[in-house]
Design a protein around this ligand. Sequence first.
Ligand SMILES: [Zn+2]
Length: 54
Amino acid sequence: MNVRLFQCSCNYHLRFGASSCSYCFKPTPIWNRYGFTIGMVAVLAVVLALVFSA
Ligand SMILES: [Zn+2]
């Protein structure tokens, strides 16, 4: 997968899911990580389930 949604502070386009910039090797923002995205989807799913079960 070659999705580049976010930029590093060095303006390099980060590969989505990368935990560090492949140009300057700084850690990427949390929202660039797969784990964060999966967590957000899980939270949304739980919220939607609660809304529709009420
Ligand atoms: Zn960088």
